[in-house]
Design a protein around this ligand. Structure first.
Ligand code: NAD
Length: 249
């Protein structure tokens, strides 16, 4: 059994991953600021083989990492997989960006994965199949105007993966990044809200994806289970792109 802490999983990819873990008999703790989403997730998990425990928590403050890890280790009796998935997507014209907006994005998207890994380290060291997974994005490889902090933070995660891989591999702790492409979740709502003609923009985006459509959260979840599993025991320091071919062309 893989005991997993999911940081940010009340909706979207994190929730789909939680349900996929639980369906396969693994126990999961999900920390998220969205209490309603956590309740929905708990209800959806009923009857499945594993257990979901949830903690309503804003992961932005510095002390949130220690609180999330303490709760998860207590409930699960240890942590084998740390899956850091929460992020924020802020968009503005370059001249309208402030230092506060930049710091806000970086605190969640890049500092949190670092702090959670630090906090979870004693538990990961004690695990026979320890792994850390960060949700980066194909936005680490490509850029859109107006979202400098998002792209910089998601690219920064790839550097963090490499540094941690060098430091933690001798201890048997694997570290990998997941890079989803366009996935249908509430995450992109702010992006769609800013489009004059969202349907036309969506058609244009889908035409640029070889599979000609967005992915679903459950289509991404399988890759997270794989990275956490024994099947991936020699897979570390890498990026797994799940994007319907978006970045291949
Ligand atoms: N949807 C996409 O197209 C897409 C593409 C590439 C990467 N991603 C990445 O996937 C990850 C998950 O996003 P998603 O698409 O599933 O969207 P989502 O909005 O459904 O999931 C994000 C989760 O993080 C939680 N969260 C946000 N801020 C938080 C905070 N301060 N404290 C605690 N929890 C917080 C949200 O409540 C939500 O449950 C993100 O890292 C995102 O950057 C998404």
């Amino acid at each position: 059994m893989t005991r997993t802490l999911i940081a940010g999983g009340a909706t979207g990819i994190g929730a789909a991953a939680a349900l996929a873990f639980v369906a396969e008999g693994h126990d999961v703790v999900v920390c998220d600021v969205n209490a309603e989403g956590l309740d929905r997730l708990t209800a959806q998990s009923e009857g499945l083989a594993g257990r979901v425990a949830t903690l309503e928590l804003d992961l932005m403050p510095v002390d949130a990492a220690a609180r999330a890890v303490a709760f998860a280790a207590d409930v699960l009796g240890g942590i084998d997989c740390l899956f850091v998935n929460a992020a924020v997507l802020a968009s503005a014209r370059l001249e309208d960006w402030t230092a506060e907006m930049w710091d806000h994005s970086m605190a969640l998207n890049l500092r949190l994965p670092f702090l959670l890994t630090q906090a979870a380290l004693p538990h990961l060291r004690a695990s026979a199949n320890a792994s850390v997974i960060f949700t980066s994005s194909t936005g680490a490889l490509r850029g859109h105007a107006g979202m400098p902090a998002y792209h910089a933070s998601k690219a920064g995660l790839l550097g963090l993966v490499r540094s941690l891989t060098d430091e933690l591999s001798p201890a048997g702790i694997r570290v990998n990044a997941l890079l989803p492409g366009w996935v249908d979740t509430p995450f992109n709502n702010a992006f769609w809200d800013h489009q004059a003609d969202p349907e036309a923009v969506r058609r244009q985006i889908d035409n640029g994806i070889p599979m000609r459509r967005h992915g679903t959260a459950s289509e991404v979840a399988g890759s997270i289970l794989y990275l956490a599993s024994e099947s991936a025991r020699y897979v570390t320091g890498t990026s797994l792109v799940v994007d319907g071919g978006f970045t291949a062309v």
